[in-house]
Design a protein around this ligand. Sequence first.
Ligand SMILES: Cc1cc2nc3c(=O)[nH]c(=O)nc-3n(C[C@H](O)[C@H](O)[C@H](O)COP(=O)(O)OP(=O)(O)OC[C@H]3O[C@@H](n4cnc5c(N)ncnc54)[C@H](O)[C@@H]3O)c2cc1C
Length: 216
Amino acid sequence: MDFPQTQRTTLKRLPKRGVYDRELVYRILDEGFVCHVSFTVDGQPFVIPTGYARMEDQLYIHGSQVSRTLRTLSQGIEVCVAVTLVDGLVLARSAFHHSLNYRSVVIFGRASIVEEKEAKLAALFAFSEQVVPGRWNDVRQPTDRELNGTTVLSLPLLEVSAKVRTGPPIDDEDDYALNVWAGVLPLRMVAGEPIKDARLPESIEPPAYTLNYRRG
Ligand SMILES: Cc1cc2nc3c(=O)[nH]c(=O)nc-3n(C[C@H](O)[C@H](O)[C@H](O)COP(=O)(O)OP(=O)(O)OC[C@H]3O[C@@H](n4cnc5c(N)ncnc54)[C@H](O)[C@@H]3O)c2cc1C
């Protein structure tokens, strides 16, 4: 089911790039793992980058209990979250028509604390899966002390829009005759060779998920 368009999530600029399709929004959210969370404290706006995970129709963020961002958001104030994936550089024949191919999502809402231990663990598992699928089961699980020192917030995915640009540059008709290269330079996130920790015993091999790491 599509996200309902609200006054806040209706695109005014290039509305044809707007997407409210839930499956597409979820695909964008699942490909990323860094969001920018914005909120206001006493009239002062803040934008803070942080990791996230999506599970069903909730977006989770987490961090230290003493984090200002988490303490502030846990009061249930209005928050706006953005996720951006850059897919390519769009090189046009004129400076004006240069662009980016991208997929982005903007979410409005109010977050709440995940209190219950099992739900908190499920969210932490989701964070781990969002970044490195398969990692969680290899590592020591959180102690109660670690769990108590971590705040997990969930933000319901209710008021959400995506905006997507794909395809070649769109030049002014006269400019197609110019002797200038034009097209798209695709960009993607690529993992390098794993660098082992200095204290790792020789006998421990890098897991497959580090050797074959891919996103998207
Ligand atoms: C890619 C990425 C992923 C992250 N993932 C997480 C996560 O999952 N959980 C988590 O708790 N934190 C994460 N962080 C760190 C996060 O950005 C905050 O620094 C942290 O959560 C502390 O928040 P706070 O509100 O207590 O910051 P405070 O220390 O209260 O912030 C005070 C001021 O410090 C500056 N500041 C804070 N953070 C940053 C920053 N990242 N870059 C530049 N200036 C900054 C700002 O001016 C801010 O107003 C991540 C950061 C990045 C870049």
